[in-house]
Write a protein that binds this ligand. Structure first.
Ligand code: 6PG
Length: 249
């Protein structure tokens, strides 16, 4: 069993294998909780195959939809009708056809500005959790999905931005993104993201090799600082691995 906080590296062959292995882990976390389940999704291109799989005939019947709640770790501050909206992608790919509407919890981008949106989402998370302070013995999420950007950001926590060091607020507005798409963002901060049984990073493709090399070298980038209080897994495919590294550690 992994030591709490220390990432476990799992290497798979390719993006298809990665989606399958990630789906197995999601199902294992669901199976481990007989009560209400909370899953925090992510945006970008990395989780799309996983979302397709979870919505496919082979998998969707195994999910107890009436017990699972779906949140999102960060959002682009664009209307829900915009294809850049992370939750819109997740909804269109698998949630709308399967999940009860009241179990889908998007970050509200119709708010006046990203800060207001962040405040509203923090209130929603705290109401769901039943407290304004996180208890290490009672994780907010069963699973948090994450991706890593080319600059080492995760969620919308960009390197060198104050949002990465936030310890009080659960959700913050990020006025300017460090990478495309250059729209304002709203992001969960590290403490609520850490409040989970498992944090699963999906990192695939040769274009991720430079950033994965930096992450494996332990640079203090947001994607390295993001750790679960439970288990943290970096699931990567062969083409993302730095030259000379093959297999797990
Ligand atoms: C977003 C994401 C972001 C993403 C990484 C990786 O809103 O863009 O939540 O943190 O996970 O940028 O993005 P890709 O999966 O597209 O490489």
């Amino acid at each position: 069993m992994a030591v709490a906080g220390e990432p476990k590296l799992i290497v798979v062959a390719d993006p298809e294998a990665l989606a399958h292995a990630a789906a197995e882990r999601v199902m294992a976390r669901i199976a481990a909780n007989p009560g209400r389940i909370a899953i925090c999704l992510t945006g970008g291109s990395s989780p799309k195959k996983l979302y397709q799989l979870l919505g496919s005939e082979a998998w969707r019947d195994k999910i107890p939809w009436d017990r699972v709640h779906w949140f999102i770790g960060d959002e682009r501050f664009v209307p829900e009708s915009d294809p850049l909206n992370n939750m819109t992608v997740a909804r269109a790919t698998f949630l709308d056809r399967n999940a009860p509407a009241g179990h889908i919890h998007p970050i509200p981008t119709a708010a006046e500005n990203p800060d207001k949106s962040a405040e509203a989402y923090a209130r929603k998370l705290q109401a769901f959790y039943g407290s304004e302070s996180l208890d290490p013995a009672r994780p907010l999420f069963d699973m948090v999905l994450m991706g890593a950007g080319p600059d080492g950001h995760t969620a919308s926590l960009f390197p060198g931005y104050p949002a990465v060091d936030e310890t009080v607020r659960w959700v913050v507005g990020v006025p300017k993104a460090n990478v495309a798409p250059f729209v304002p963002r709203v992001s969960l901060t590290l403490p609520p993201l850490a409040s989970c049984r498992e944090m699963l990073f999906e990192i695939a493709g040769h274009d991720k090799q430079p950033i994965l090399t930096r992450l494996l070298n332990g640079e203090t980038l947001p994607a390295v600082r993001a750790r679960s209080n439970g288990e943290t897994v970096w699931m990567v495919d062969q083409t993302a691995l730095p030259e000379g590294i093959r297999g797990g550690r």
